[in-house]
Design a protein around this ligand. Structure first.
Ligand SMILES: [Zn+2]
Length: 294
């Protein structure tokens, strides 16, 4: 080989090396570009799914706070694509599994009339014996509380013992608890008769147009259970707890403490239980006809 040949060979070798280097560079750059593009796609997919999860989480939380199944539809609406498709070309299916709900709870406020410093009406015997309205009211109310809880209602008592919440406090308890219905329990007494018997129920139709439905349902069931006489339904009562409550509300007078036979019944556990059961049945009936959240 002469010098020229050697030079040419050396030049070819250099050129071949340069070509290889360029090819390797191109491959490296292509690989980098592909990797970068892939990373971008993955990042976008991850953040998209995170956003969707957050949205779902928020609506579930809102639904839990509000309670009640009507918000479930709203939840699904939130997740739905307004155009009608599920996320415009998104392959990921929208989760349509029903969101776990808390059981629907209807709130009943039970108000044992009077209490504490206020005995209500009373009967006093000649031997110093006395029957106070506040005690009978509470005994019936506690029985009603147990029955309502057993039936799955949420029950709020305006008093659990011998205390005196005033009338506006009782109304406030119902408002604060967003009561679905309010039932007040009372006893009657008269000065001029020892023979009058029967029950009365009071409500105020102007305060809530469903109050007469509640009053009638309760009254019918209590009368049927006890065999007591009806002395009528008053639908324009101005008793504070029926006039100032905004939910369906009523006040029942379950008998006369001043009438010996009726007093004896009202002191009897089984008779009290029948009254309580009648009130429960009336409430059940009312909610069958007037579902709270439909
Ligand atoms: Zn009373």
């Amino acid at each position: 080989m002469d010098d020229r040949m050697r030079e040419r060979r050396a030049l070819e070798v250099r050129r071949a090396r340069q070509r290889r280097r360029r090819q390797q560079q191109i491959i490296r750059r292509t690989c980098l570009a592909v990797a970068a593009a892939l990373a971008l796609v993955i990042t976008a997919a991850v953040s998209l799914s995170r956003i969707r999860k957050t949205q779902a989480g928020e609506t579930v939380k809102r639904e839990e706070m509000q309670g009640g199944p009507q918000t479930v539809d709203t939840t699904y609406e939130d997740l739905k694509d307004p155009a009608g498709g599920d996320g415009a070309g998104e392959k990921e299916p929208v989760n349509r599994e029903p969101v776990e709900e808390e059981p629907e709870e209807i709130c009943v406020v039970v108000d044992p009339g009077h209490g504490g410093k206020d005995p209500g009406t009373l009967w006093e015997g000649s031997d110093g014996e006395a029957v106070y309205e506040k005690d009978i009211n509470l005994e019936i109310a506690l029985k009603l509380e147990a029955l309502l809880k057993e039936a799955g209602y949420k029950v709020v008592m305006t008093r659990e013992g011998d205390t005196y919440p005033n009338l506006s406090e009782r109304v406030q308890v119902a408002a604060k608890n967003q009561a679905d219905v309010f039932v007040s329990i009372h006893q009657n007494a008269v000065d001029n008769s020892t023979t009058i018997t029967g029950m009365e129920i009071y409500c105020n139709e102007a305060s809530n147009r469903k109050s007469p439905d509640l009053a009638n349902a309760i009254f019918d069931a209590v009368l049927a259970n006890t065999g007591a006489k009806s002395l009528g339904v008053v639908t324009d009562s101005d008793f504070v707890v029926v006039e100032n409550n905004t939910m369906p509300a009523c006040l029942i007078e379950t008998g006369f403490l001043t009438t010996p036979g009726e007093r004896k019944k009202l002191l009897d556990d089984d008779y009290q239980e029948e009254i309580a059961r009648g009130i429960l049945e009336g409430i059940n009936q009312f909610f069958e006809e007037n579902p709270v959240r439909s």
